[in-house]
Design a protein around this ligand. Structure first.
Ligand SMILES: Cc1cc2nc3c(=O)[nH]c(=O)nc-3n(C[C@H](O)[C@H](O)[C@H](O)COP(=O)(O)OP(=O)(O)OC[C@H]3O[C@@H](n4cnc5c(N)ncnc54)[C@H](O)[C@@H]3O)c2cc1C
Length: 502
């Protein structure tokens, strides 16, 4: 590069940090501004009673040698800073359906997946083989998922790629119970059987089936390692420095103001925050109306209520898999359709591993799907000042979840030292995600053009990144960061650099 260009990144979550680390490595001068007092976004952890909890990154994948994140993190020089525990290969996921007290144990790997489910559904073996083959084909088609250079912007994909996930799953079997089991991971992508494109289901299912794992000691380690990679190259990462205003002149960002009143200029700007939050920072009359109105109109994914449990020492066993619990098969796609009396319809929980993990769990994190509507009456309040009614609502939700846990593990309440919780408002306020959306905007196969947000914007020197752009999560966001950085350094160049270490 002839000259060191300066980049400002808005938001120090996983998208901002991966972009920052890649561009620092490629010779750019990077500054990241994060509004929260702690860097990390979805990677950040908080402590209660000395126990540390992850907020938005509980199940990870692709960190196995040869996996996409292993390769990206090796290129960035951070892989050896990470401590990762693969989930139990004999049981990565346990699907527990209360109505018939059935527990489906899912082992690692596509072949073992077929073998395990064929024992439960012997007449469906051929269908299961076809299903995993179709998932494999879709994943192979997405070149970037395999860190290969995409053929073209709009390449031809196989038929099921962009059909609805419900149609896709239903095309393999008429067995309602098996349909439900195949769809049980859909809370990992806020699935809508009629609207979620199949490729999202395929990527997420494949990622976890092949490489589900967890950070030992929590996800903050990845954020800290990426900050280290940026600062080693001379970049700056500032927490508690939110971007408050973006000034536009002649279809370019002229400068931005941080909340402390400082003015900052750069050659390029990258926004990793929710696009609607971005538009609130600038004068939208200076950008094409149809552009920001279309993006602002994309619906968001649903949110969640999370229970954080601290166990009494030695009281509750550690398990190394993800536990899904649902009352009935028919609820698979309907966990976000509820009355508060019948909430929650499902639980997803883990016992996160700590350093030197022994047979007993220190803590548990339980996630239950919740719509923003449920907490809308408190939308104009701020953390710690939401009032007595909100606190009572949270206590009620905590008890509902504990009641269900007690059904799964009789006596669990006696093992608990204390509980804490977070609602969709917590997600909204801590990450700046509109409506506390778990995974940003909702992708819709019935209107792919609406939910597609390009990395390039209508402002010449502004690029976008983060979960709202392509795909969410531990792999989706770093892959989007590659897309974003490729606008500056070139896709072929960047992928070659990453793959050099293969
Ligand atoms: C409860 C929950 C559980 C999840 N579990 C998993 C999981 O197990 N596995 C998985 O793969 N994914 C999971 N996810 C999804 C994952 O956390 C997200 O996809 C990912 O964190 C998104 O990364 P991002 O960089 O787009 O956004 P974020 O990580 O949210 O980063 C955006 C950052 O921008 C900052 N920001 C916002 N506005 C401003 C501003 N004006 N100025 C400066 N900074 C600003 C925010 O504070 C935030 O730090 C979960 C999400 C949630 C909410």
């Amino acid at each position: 590069m002839a000259q060191k260009q300066e980049i400002i990144i808005i938001g120090g979550g996983i998208g901002g940090l991966f972009c920052g680390a890649m561009l620092s490595k490629e010779g750019y001068t990077v500054k990241i501004f994060e509004q929260h007092y702690k860097i990390g976004g979805g990677l950040h952890q908080f402590k209660r009673e000395g126990v540390s909890f992850e907020t938005g990154m509980h199940i990870i994948g692709a960190f196995q040698p040869g996996g996409a994140l292993h390769r990206i993190c090796s290129y960035l020089g951070v892989m050896d800073k990470l401590s990762i525990l693969p989930e139990d290969e004999n049981c990565i996921e346990l699907f527990h359906i209360a109505c018939d007290q059935k527990k489906y144990i899912i082992p690692r790997g596509a072949d073992r997946f077929v073998e395990a489910l064929s024992k439960e559904f012997p007449e469906e073996k051929e269908n299961l083989i076809r299903y995993v083959k179709a998932i494999g084909i879709i994943c192979d088609e997405i070149k970037l998922y395999n860190l290969e250079i995409p053929d073209a912007l709009f390449q031809d994909y196989s038929n099921p790629f962009a059909e609805s996930v419900g149609d896709f799953i239903n095309s393999f079997t008429g067995n309602e119970r098996l349909r439900s089991v195949l769809a049980l991971v859909n809370p990992l992508y806020a699935g809508d059987q009629y609207k979620t494109p199949t490729y999202i289901h395929a990527l997420i299912s494949n990622l976890y089936l092949e490489s589900a794992s967890r950070f030992i000691g929590g996800s903050q380690q990845l954020a800290d390692a990426l900050v280290g990679a940026i600062t080693r190259e001379g970049g700056e990462v500032h927490a508690a420095k939110g971007v408050a205003h973006i000034e536009i002149e002649n279809k370019k960002i002229a400068y931005l103001l941080t909340a402390d009143g400082e003015k900052h200029r750069a050659d390029w700007y990258i926004s990793s925050i929710h696009p609607s939050s971005l538009f609130e920072l600038l004068d939208t009359s200076k950008i094409q109306r149809s552009y920001w109105q279309r993006i602002n109109s994309i619906p968001n994914t649903y949110s969640a209520f999370t229970l954080y449990i601290i166990f009494k020492p030695g009281a509750f066993p550690f398990f190394n898999y993800t536990y899904y619990y649902m009352e009935d098969y028919s609820m698979t796609w309907e966990q976000n359709i509820y009355t508060l009396d019948a909430w929650p319809k499902g639980l997803m929980f883990i016992t996160p591993p700590v350093t030197g993990q022994d047979a007993c769990a220190e803590k548990m994190i339980v996630n239950c799907i919740m719509n923003f509507e449920t907490v809308k009456q408190w939308e104009n309040t701020t953390s710690g000042k939401r009032g007595a009614a909100y606190e009572a609502f949270k206590r009620q939700c905590e008890q509902k979840i504990l009641h269900k846990l007690e059904e799964i593990y009789p006596g669990v309440k006696d093992c608990i030292q204390s509980v804490y919780s977070a609602s969709p408002l917590t997600i909204r306020d801590y990450y700046g995600q509109k409506e506390g959306a778990l995974y940003g905007v909702k992708k819709d196969c019935t209107n792919m053009a609406l939910s597609h947000i390009p990395v390039r914007t209508k402002l010449e020197n502004l690029l976008l990144t983060g979960q709202n752009i392509n795909l969410h999560g531990i792999l989706g966001v770093p892959l989007t960061a590659i897309n974003t950085c490729a606008e500056l350094v070139g896709m072929k160049y960047l992928l070659n650099k990453i793959n050099e270490r293969r």
